[in-house]
Design a protein around this ligand. Structure first.
Ligand SMILES: C[S@@+](CC[C@H](N)C(=O)[O-])C[C@H]1O[C@@H](n2cnc3c(N)ncnc32)[C@H](O)[C@@H]1O
Length: 227
């Protein structure tokens, strides 16, 4: 059983995350833009080439731009976030998905074992998680996925221009100004360590995004459940 201090620290980090993202989306309901992410477009052919894949679970879906896109591509999407956002009316969904308000780890543990075709997340796993929490999440994703199911995720990279800025919180984890939200930056080796014994690589690439306004660098991972 987790020690009380660990549980309290975990809860405090969740509350900080929720308050931060709640404020961001209140200020700008389409903070990341009204369209789906580049990562969702990268995943589309991978998802479509999987025979019989119907169900996708999205973790940390924000205001649902990628959930809406994947749903319009014909997948049955269940999307989860700490913050509950309705779709902004200006981006009137062709295929709306009503997000589920929950901590992702708690949500994953409610799913039946081995049923989901794909677990998807864009810039979620690089949020304020310790290595132990990352390991818990990877195990919970593995448990929820069907045999040979896909785990698709994008994360901020250690070669991101924001890496190392602001206050250092843990290894590869910083509060970069001006946003003051804690982020974990992924090296390829860290992702491989987390996946060891649970997932094997299908495809991966490192990409720059955000143009000159807000340049960031992301790892895109498509992994397959083993075991
Ligand atoms: C960088 S935003 C990305 C949002 C969305 N994936 C997108 O690309 O538009 C990260 C999201 O993760 C959510 N989040 C952070 N920690 C979470 C947790 N433990 N459980 C569920 N959602 C979480 C935040 O509320 C936020 O909406």
């Amino acid at each position: 059983m987790a020690r009380p201090t660990t549980t309290r620290a975990r809860t405090e980090r969740r509350v900080r995350q929720r308050d931060f993202w709640q404020r961001r989306y209140d200020e700008d309901p389409t903070f990341f833009g009204p369209e789906e992410s580049d990562f969702a477009r990268w995943c589309r052919p991978i998802l479509r080439s999987e025979a019989g894949l119907r169900e996708v679970v999205e973790l940390g879906c924000g205001y649902g731009r990628d959930a809406r896109y994947l749903s319009s591509e014909g997948f049955h999407v269940r999307a989860v976030d700490l913050v509950r956002r309705s779709e902004p009316s200006s981006t009137a969904p062709r295929a709306a998905v009503e997000p589920i308000e929950s901590d992702c780890l708690e949500f994953l543990t409610t799913l039946p074992r081995g049923k989901v075709g794909a677990v998807y997340s864009n810039m979620f796993l690089n949020m304020d998680f310790t290595e132990r929490e990352h390991r818990d999440l990877m195990r919970a994703i593995h448990r929820a996925l069907a045999p040979r199911g896909l785990h698709l995720f994008s994360v901020r990279s250690t070669s991101d221009p924001w890496y190392g800025r602001g206050r250092r919180v843990r290894p590869d984890t910083y509060d970069p100004s001006p946003h003051r939200v804690t982020m974990h930056f992924f090296s390829e080796a860290y992702a491989d360590r987390l996946a060891k014994g649970l997932f094997e690589p299908v495809r991966r690439t490192e990409r720059s995004e955000g143009g000159s306004d807000f340049p960031i660098r992301l790892w895109y991972f498509a992994d397959r459940r083993v075991g």
